[in-house]
Design a protein around this ligand. Structure first.
Ligand code: FAD
Length: 469
């Protein structure tokens, strides 16, 4: 009987344990993607990028003589209906770890099993299943460095190849049309601006990894912190949707390290930051929605989204160049340099004293590389409320950061048009990416800081010192 492969964030053919195993059985394989409440609950840009990814993956399956069957509705009902229609005896999928997916998957698994279906989840999104890394005391890790030490020398299985053939069923079940779903419709005109920056699908992801290993990884140590330099892999976009696997990245990193490429070790460490984020989310799912350190509930955060400071932060018009440049980079490319993410998060949570959830939710709406674990960890790290977080009293100064990481102001000029005689195309395209109702023009004067670096720092520290926690 056929095997249904339920695809979610695993839009690839290579190194796909469920698909690989299924192909090996010689039984017919029916790949399925379901638009369920988890998909509907995604932010605008992640949902839009997912839609592109699903389209590209369907095409790739087509080239293999297979298909991607699209259905919408609650996953359990959709799968049960497909089992009924196709006579499938098995439903396999790749594990997800965010709280919403975990509760859905548990319910689906037990319902299918009750009906006698071989329902199985497989590893593949992570190098280390979160429950396989334990401290000596038997708990989970709350600090990165010991986590890194615990996993750095572990053997990682080699990536699996692409199945040679996927046996088609005698007849294909009906499929809905991707275009009818209108995924990420809220992107509106922003879609045209971001689209050229997207590296779509498995082959593009492999090309990205190859190019990074060929030319960038050697200097990665030095260039990864400079936002005007294209010195990082850019793979977060593809890792997020499983267009590439961490195993493929890890082994490429190991090879580069063996070849003596300096930055390779740091690249491996960064991959383990991603693992650490998942480790934390698995063991403390509330990290995605609540202060990880509960005593932070007493901090006087601003929680009102309508505050003019929040609006200015979102619009990239705080008057703080590093912050505004980074926010604009996000609207144009769908991504933001890691240094920028740290600066805008610090400015929002410390200088503006706004709750990190406002920023987390906004990133969740705007990033094409949105990742539930890394985003939550990144925000709580920046705010000071997370495990292994930067202490609240260490407030990034966006001006000295600029002197350190954008000395020539190349990054700022690339993204902020106001005040420049001949702004770059990238800086101008920001005005095409944002909603018209923001009423912004490159001819506007660049605003004065809404909260000066020093003043904001003092205010934040005062609140922190007066805290009753
Ligand atoms: P590279 O430098 O090439 O690193 C390789 C890979 O390592 C990345 O693709 C990523 O998977 C992983 N990695 C690197 N840095 C981190 C990190 N700090 N935490 C976790 N994993 C990391 N990353 C996301 O993928 N999605 C998010 O939604 C996200 N939100 C963030 C929010 C905030 C406030 C902060 C401070 C960081 C966030 N990050 C997020 C982490 C980091 O900024 C990105 O992973 C990185 O910028 C991606 O670029 P790259 O692929 O070129 O990374």
């Amino acid at each position: 009987s056929p095997i249904l492969i339920w695809h979610r964030r695993d839009l690839r053919l290579s190194d796909h344990p469920a698909l690989f195993e299924a192909a090996k059985t010689g039984r017919p394989v029916i790949p399925v993607f379901i638009r369920d409440h988890v998909v509907d609950g995604l932010g605008t840009a992640p949902q839009w990028r997912l839609g592109l990814g699903v389209g590209a993956f369907a095409k790739r399956l087509g080239e293999k003589g297979s298909r991607l069957i699209l259905r919408s509705g609650p996953a359990r009902e959709a799968l049960e209906a497909l089992v009924e229609e196709t006579g499938a005896g098995a439903v396999w999928w790749m594990r997800a770890y965010d709280p919403d997916s975990v509760s859905r998957d548990e319910a689906v698994k037990s319902a299918l099993k009750e009906k006698g279906v071989d329902a199985q989840s497989r590893e593949g999104h992570l190098l280390h299943e979160p429950w396989t890394v334990e401290t000596k005391q038997g708990g989970f890790y709350k600090v990165y460095t010991p986590f890194w030490r615990a996993v750095k020398d572990r053997e990682i299985r080699a990536p699996l190849g692409t199945p040679d053939t996927l046996t088609a069923p005698q007849s294909w079940p009906d499929s809905e049309a991707l275009d009818d779903w209108g995924l990420g419709a809220g992107m509106r005109r922003g879609a045209d601006v971001v689209r050229p920056h997207v590296r779509l699908g498995e082959e593009a992801a492999q090309a990205r990894l190859g190019a990074f290993m060929a030319s960038k990884v050697a200097d990665y140590d030095e260039t990864r912190d400079i936002p005007s330099v294209d010195g990082t892999s850019g793979l977060s976009e593809n890792l997020s949707l499983g267009e590439i696997t961490p195993h493929q990245c890890w082994h490429a990193g190991l090879r580069a390290r063996e070849e003596g490429k300096e930055g390779a070790e740091t690249f491996l460490q960064e991959l383990v930051w991603r693992e650490f984020a998942y480790h934390l989310m698995w063991h403390t799912p509330r990290i995605v929605s609540e202060n990880w350190k509960e005593d932070w509930d007493a901090f006087p955060w601003n929680e009102d989204e309508r505050l003019k400071e929040v609006k200015a932060w979102k619009q990239g018009r705080t008057g703080i160049a590093f912050v505004d440049a980074a926010m604009r980079e996000m609207y144009v490319t769908g991504r933001m340099h890691n240094r920028g993410r740290m600066i805008v998060a610090s400015y929002l949570t410390k200088h503006l004293m706004c709750h990190w959830k406002i920023g987390k939710d906004w990133f969740e709406d705007c990033l094409i590389d949105w990742d539930p674990a890394s985003n939550a960890m990144g925000w709580q790290w920046s705010a000071g409320s997370g495990p292994d977080a930067t202490p609240y009293f260490r407030v990034f100064n966006p001006e000295t950061q600029l002197d350190r990481f954008d000395k020539e102001r190349t990054y700022v000029r690339a993204w902020i048009a106001e005040g420049q005689e001949q702004p770059s195309d990238t800086a101008l395209s920001y005005f095409d990416a944002i909603p018209e109702r923001w009423h912004m023009s490159p001819d506007d004067p660049y605003p004065d800081p809404i909260v000066e670096a020093d003043e904001g720092r003092k205010r934040a520290l005062k609140a922190y010192e007066n805290r009753d926690f």
